[in-house]
Design a protein around this ligand. Structure first.
Ligand code: HEC
Ligand code: HEC
Length: 292
């Protein structure tokens, strides 16, 4: 009936589309990015971090990395607290993305020490042998242009101090990138608030089964720990692992929960069994060394 009357159909169709637009676009704009949405602890990027962000966009890092942790259990366990809209008020444009060739980076800040990032960016395969992330070592050869950065900060209306702009002298693009990565996701103090509750008592399920039998567990160490603690626990980015005097359960907790903001990431994602294997492997390593 209506479809026989083109004018009426046009008016009704336009009306229907307008209602849809209103509900899905205009209303959310009124809800998010309002004052109520702001998080006090979220601060603007410094000049150095903002420049790192521009290089991140220029290099297309967002083609392989997302920057948003969805509120799903599996994501929160892997990456940390899910993203809040108020955390992105200074992101112009935002870099949430949808393509995860590499892991999400929304909570990367504070996960590793600066030194880890410098090494990883220069040669990802030296840290994670099978990664397909390209190397970006040449970023260290490009120095920053403080005047250009000052102009960009002006356009965005971001606050910066003249000291901040001056401090950019002598810095290179790699410094900017690492500063930016270390800022990501740190607007809320989620890391300090996270201690994974370990189900069950902290009793070592393995008795020391002997050096030879524990040898296969070395692979867990090599894949997850060697990049920071060295191939033979001698220490590198992280300290030497002389754990002979450490309690089994304390050692388990350090590995499982990490040391928040001190550069030791949590390894709860390995599961309790593998972490216990590591505990036994580490303790056995030093006992075996002493007996030599
Ligand atoms: C071809 C896809 C690809 C591109 C492009 C890429 N990455 Fe990656 N990235 C990966 C993969 C895969 C991993 C996981 C293995 C690893 O750590 O190398 C990764 C890991 C990382 C990690 C460590 C994450 C963690 O939680 O351990 C950081 C930081 C990172 N990338 C930053 C960058 C930056 C910055 C750029 C742009 C300059 C970039 N990536 C470009 C694929 C990519
Ligand atoms: C990104 C680098 C990094 C990785 C990967 C890493 N660690 Fe650590 N680890 C550190 C740093 C840094 C510290 C020192 C933390 C501090 O200052 O309290 C540390 C501390 C420790 C400690 C405490 C040492 C002590 O004497 O107090 C243990 C035990 C430990 N790590 C075990 C491991 C194990 C096992 C793995 C692999 C599953 C691992 N770490 C992976 C960086 C790392």
């Amino acid at each position: 009936m209506w479809e026989k009357n083109p004018i009426l159909l046009l008016i009704l169709a336009t009306g229907a589309i307008l209602v849809g637009t209103l509900v899905t676009m205009v209303l959310p704009f009124a809800w998010v990015n309002t004052e109520a949405d702001r998080i006090q602890s979220v601060t603007p990027y410094t000049a150095l971090q903002q420049e790192g962000r521009d290089i991140y966009i220029r290099e297309g890092c967002n083609n392989c990395h997302t920057q948003t942790v969805r509120p799903l259990v599996a994501e929160v366990i892997r990456y940390g607290d899910y993203s809040k809209s108020g955390e992105f008020v200074y992101d112009r444009p935002f870099l949430w993305g949808s393509k995860r060739t590499g892991p999400d980076l929304a909570r990367i800040g504070g996960k590793y020490p600066d030194e880890w990032h410098y090494k990883h960016m220069a040669s990802p395969r030296s840290m994670v042998p099978r990664t397909n992330m390209p190397a970006y070592g040449w970023l260290s050869k490009n120095s920053l242009d403080p005047q250009m950065i000052e102009r960009k900060m002006n356009v965005l209306g971001f606050p910066y101090t003249s000291e901040e702009i001056k401090a950019l002298e002598g810095k290179n693009e790699m410094d900017a990138m690492v500063a930016y990565l270390q800022k990501l996701g740190t607007g809320i103090p989620w890391r300090q608030a996270t201690t994974t509750t370990i189900v069950g008592d902290l009793k070592n399920p393995y008795t020391r089964i002997g050096h030879a039998a524990m040898k296969p567990w070395e692979e867990i160490y090599t894949a997850n720990c060697a990049a920071c603690h060295g191939g033979h626990m001698e220490g590198d980015i992280g300290p030497e692992l002389d754990v002979a005097d450490m309690d089994d359960s304390d050692l388990f907790e350090i590995i499982y929960n990490g040391v928040p903001d001190d550069g030791m990431p949590p390894f709860s994602s390995l599961g309790a069994d593998k972490v216990w294997k590591l505990v036994n492997f580490l303790k056995d390593f030093y006992t075996a060394e002493e007996q030599k």
